[in-house]
Each structure stands twice: as structure tokens, then as C-alpha cells.
Write a protein that binds this ligand. Structure first.
Ligand code: BMA
Length: 310
């Protein structure tokens, strides 16, 4: 298999791990899964786009996190007229273990006739959810909660469409009311790989050096947008401070399954965790499948601190 030499991530030999044909029911596509490491198994909350074009989120489990996926009988979150802000679908969840709540925090894109905004919910068992509500109105996406509080406040990364295409952070005492907005990872401008839009990928991971944030960056070229993956480091106690970011991307669409699909040239991470010294990242490929890539955490951190030139 072709292994690019300029990327620290190693793709699973089993990619693409999950496609629509693996689901027990008919759907257009599966992609952009959140992930939780349950130690004896990996849980993914996968985005399924049905043939109506709307998406729902359903749990899939696998003991090794690679194959043998078992799907729940019904979706955990499904578009419903009872929840007006989700009437056109739920997309691109990120899961964070919230230490003080002893529950999983879900941050996802909630779609309605008014557009796509950021909604939060919690779950303890992945069978039922407690909705917190919409916390950032349209147009806003790519939200991820930090696992702990800062001076008594929760923190959330998100990406308002009109905020310069940059990742913003905000704080809340109760997960409901949010404020103290600031830009934390700016889009870098042309000609960079993360020129026009960036968005948090997997939830922030605490390391001795700072919060490690895997993010996607978009460059618009004549053939359309290219979505790639990089990483940034945020201050441990003041996460609105950017300490560094990779100069180069860490994963770029190269494989056929990343190049070809409903949205070509897309690698888009929503789920991941650290196991031992490895960073596991589940990413959507071309909006048509779910894939896995792993990297040494120390390699990713050194590409942020050393940021080698071209
Ligand atoms: C983004 C989101 C993602 C999608 C990506 C590539 O704006 O809508 O859900 O995977 O575009 O199409």
C-alpha cells in the first residue's frame, strides 16, 4: 500500500472501516464519527445520511476498534419535529468525557430550516440523551467540549461561519449560557493548507505541554475545497491562548477512498483518543466512509514545537 512519507499518521490497513453497505438498513452514506474509548471496546457515534439527505447519529461498537462493528437498533439522535433546531438533521458529533458530570458530553451540528448551529447534550449510557439545547445559533459548526473546567467554567471550541473561518472558544458556568468569545485558531490565509476555514476535529486532549487539538483546514483550489488535518496546542489553564500549530498538514486526502466520494478530497476527523502513546483518529473520508489513522503523540507534539519549514 502507498504510504506517504510526509505524514506522521499511519492509515489502518482495514480502511475504509465502515461504509453504508455495512449498515443493517439502507442509507446514502456514513462518515464523520465521534469516538469514545470504553477500554474493552471502541464506541463510535456515526453520522448516517439517509436518502432524504438528512443525517442521524447511531452507535456502533467494536472490541478492537477496527472491524466487527455492531450497530444499535435505533439512532441515539434523529431529526424530529419535536426538536425544532434539529428538524433537518444532526451531524458531526464530538464526544468528551466530562469529569465533573461523570457523563459524556455531546457537541454536534443541529440543522434546521434556519441553518446549522451548535447543540449540546449529555449521556451516561449511550441509550438516552439529555438535551441541553442550541448554544450557538447558525451558522456555526465543529464544536468540541473540553473535559474539565477552567476557573469554574466549561469551555467549548466552535467555528462560526462568519468569524473569519477561524476556531473560536467560549466559556460557560453551566453549559447553557456561553460568553467570553475569542478566536483561538485563526484560518491562516492563502496559500496555506488551512487557508480559508479551520475547525476543531477530535475533542482537546490534555498533555503536559498543553491541550492538543487535531483540526481540519480547508484550502479552496480550482477543483473545489481540499480538507486536510493538522494539529495545534493550547495553553493548559488559559485554553484561549494558542501556543503553536503544525506548519504542515498531518494527513491529506491521498487514497482513492479519500479522493472519491460524495465530497471529493476530504479527510475530516470528529473522533479520537489517546491509548498508550498512540493518538487514534477516526475520520470521515470523502463524506462516504469512516477510516482510522494513528500516530505517536510525541511525533505530533514535536511537529508543533519544531514546525519544520518546507
Ligand atoms: C463541512 C461539514 C462536514 C463535511 C465537510 C466536507 O462543512 O459539513 O460535515 O464532512 O464539509 O464536505
Amino acid at each position: 500500500m502507498y504510504e506517504p512519507k510526509d505524514e506522521v499518521f499511519v492509515r489502518s490497513d482495514h480502511n475504509p472501516l465502515i461504509q453504508a453497505k455495512h449498515l443493517p438498513y439502507q442509507a446514502n452514506a456514513v462518515f464523520n464519527a465521534a469516538a469514545a474509548d470504553l477500554e474493552d471496546e471502541v464506541l463510535l457515534l456515526i453520522r448516517v445520511e439517509s436518502s432524504s439527505g438528512r443525517s442521524h447519529l447511531i452507535v456502533a461498537r467494536s472490541s478492537a476498534g477496527v472491524g466487527g462493528w455492531r450497530f444499535d437498533d435505533r439512532a441515539l439522535l434523529h431529526p424530529s419535529q419535536n426538536v425544532p433546531y434539529e428538524s433537518n438533521g444532526v451531524e458531526d458529533c464530538r464526544i468528551t468525557w466530562m469529569e465533573d458530570l461523570q457523563a459524556w458530553g455531546l457537541a454536534y451540528t443541529a440543522y434546521s430550516e434556519q441553518g446549522a448551529g451548535v447543540a449540546l447534550a449529555t449521556t451516561k449510557d449511550f441509550k438516552t440523551v439529555e438535551r441541553i439545547g442550541m448554544v450557538a445559533p447558525p451558522d456555526n459548526k465543529n464544536a468540541a467540549l473540553f473535559p474539565r473546567k477552567f476557573d469554574g467554567h466549561y469551555a467549548l471550541l466552535h467555528r462560526p461561519r462568519d468569524g473569519g473561518g477561524s476556531v473560536w472558544i467560549s466559556y460557560s458556568p453551566d453549559l447553557v449560557f456561553w460568553g467570553r468569545y475569542s478566536v483561538v485558531i485563526p484560518a491562516r490565509g492563502a496559500p496555506w493548507w488551512d487557508a480559508v476555514r479551520v475547525g476543531a476535529g477530535i475533542p482537546p486532549i490534555e498533555t503536559p505541554q498543553g491541550w492538543l487539538v487535531v483540526y481540519h483546514g480547508v484550502k479552496e483550489v480550482a477543483g473545489g475545497p481540499i480538507y486536510r488535518m493538522g494539529a495545534a496546542l493550547l495553553d493548559l489553564e488559559r485554553p484561549h491562548q494558542l501556543l503553536g500549530r503544525t506548519r504542515r498538514w498531518l494527513l491529506s486526502p491521498r487514497m482513492d477512498y479519500e479522493r472519491t466520494g460524495d465530497a471529493p478530497n476530504v479527510v475530516f476527523a470528529c473522533g479520537g483518543f489517546v491509548r498508550g502513546d498512540k493518538l487514534w483518529v477516526y475520520y470521515g473520508a470523502a463524506d462516504s466512509s469512516i477510516c482510522l489513522a494513528t500516530a505517536d503523540v510525541s511525533d505530533v507534539l514535536s511537529l508543533i514545537s519544531d514546525a519544520p519549514d518546507d
